[in-house]
Design a protein around this ligand. Structure first.
Ligand code: NAD
Length: 331
């Protein structure tokens, strides 16, 4: 089976080639991401492989349906970028990698907290310049701080366990309560209480209509002044303009994000020679207490190997006409 891989990077090529070794899969690696413009490239392929910022809108799906495409194998867990009802209507199946390494993302969230708090990024540059002063590097003990976890699924639970190891008090909000979290002393509370009582808030819920702009002006007004907010989930959970307002008043003390609501135009590419056109993003990165990473939470060897393995399994099930174990359907 021939499979077109959209938005291919060298690391995707490496891990997919090695996972498919000994199978009948032939990869066609395509560098651009999937958009209405690039969709015709998919037409000869029964299966295509996509990632978080591929545009799988109804317009793109119509174009895919005009060609041979019958399967979209997502090499990620989230599928908020797919118009799923339209895919289903057009007879295009969607499979994903529901879990690969929740540790990768949870550990990255903790890295953002430590870096924002103890300012390793500033210290690294300062020491290299021969500046050994400590002004501006003052942090706080994580021990005994209240950490609010919003979404205690696979990643949120691991994040909670790590923060428990630091001696933090843990509060959580989720539509389902996880027993494993309660066992380590996580206290579930209403969203308002988590917002109001936490010194650090970390977002680990999916992007859904119910969670879009969960952190907006109204939520920001309820926060404990000076709170640290971490988002390694999906950019759309935070209303960026509202967050900028909160940073300007000091209501938000610091912000660490691995995801950004308009990231599709920026992330995963080297834009160092371009003028950034997104003024909201440009403003965001001027704050000394904002740390942005370019959607690298998943980026560990373990996670990439697991993603490639499950993607190959999804493709093989499709090729064999079997039921897809990781199919995503409209619920
Ligand atoms: P998961 O499905 O295991 O957990 C999600 C949790 O969110 C569940 O417990 C669910 O009940 C909860 N939830 C659903 N609706 C909610 C709501 N309205 N309010 C509060 N909680 C709600 O998912 P996961 O594997 O833990 O992943 C979490 C998110 O992390 C994913 O949705 C994805 O967007 C993101 N992610 C980011 C990266 C990255 O590289 N930065 C990588 C993988 C996943």
């Amino acid at each position: 089976m021939e499979v077109a891989v959209f938005g291919t990077k060298s690391y995707d090529r490496h891990f997919l080639l090695s996972a498919a070794d000994g199978t009948d899969i032939q990869w066609s690696f395509i560098e651009p991401r999937l958009t209405e413009t690039t969709a015709p490239l998919a037409s000869p392929f029964e299966a295509i492989c996509c990632f978080v910022n591929d545009e799988i809108s109804s317009g793109v799906l119509q174009k895919l349906a005009e060609g041979k495409t019958k399967l979209i194998a997502m090499r990620c867990a989230g599928y908020n970028n797919i118009d799923l009802p339209i895919a289903q209507e057009l007879g295009i199946q969607v499979a994903r990698v529901p879990a690969y390494s929740p540790y990768a993302v949870a550990e990255h969230a903790v890295g953002l907290i430590l870096t924002l708090n103890r300012k390793y990024h500033k210290a690294y540059n300062r020491v290299r310049e021969g500046d050994f002063s400590l002004g501006g590097l003052l942090g706080f003990d994580l021990h005994d701080k209240t950490v609010g976890v919003i979404g205690t699924g696979k990643i949120g639970q691991i994040f909670a366990r790590i923060m428990h190891g630091f001696g933090c008090q843990l509060l959580a909000y989720d539509v389902h309560q996880a027993e494993d979290c309660q066992k380590i002393g996580v206290k579930y509370a209403a969203l308002e209480a988590v917002l109001a009582q936490s010194d650090i808030i970390s977002l680990h819920c999916p992007l859904l209509p119910a969670t879009k702009h969960l952190i907006n002006d109204e939520a920001i007004a309820k926060l404990k002044p000076g709170v640290m907010i971490i988002n390694t989930s999906r950019g759309g959970l935070i209303d960026t303009k509202a967050a900028i307002g909160g940073l300007k008043t000091g209501q938000i003390g610091s912000l660490g994000i691995d995801v950004y609501e308009e990231e599709a135009e920026l992330f995963f590419e080297d834009k160092s020679e371009s003028v950034i056109q997104d003024d909201v993003f440009a403003r965001l990165v001027t704050f000394p207490n904002v740390l942005v990473t370019g959607h690298q939470g998943f980026f560990t060897q373990n996670a990439l190997a697991a993603i490639a393995k499950v993607t190959v399994q999804n493709l093989n099930e499709f090729a064999a006409g079997e039921e897809l174990s990781n199919e995503v359907k409209v619920t």
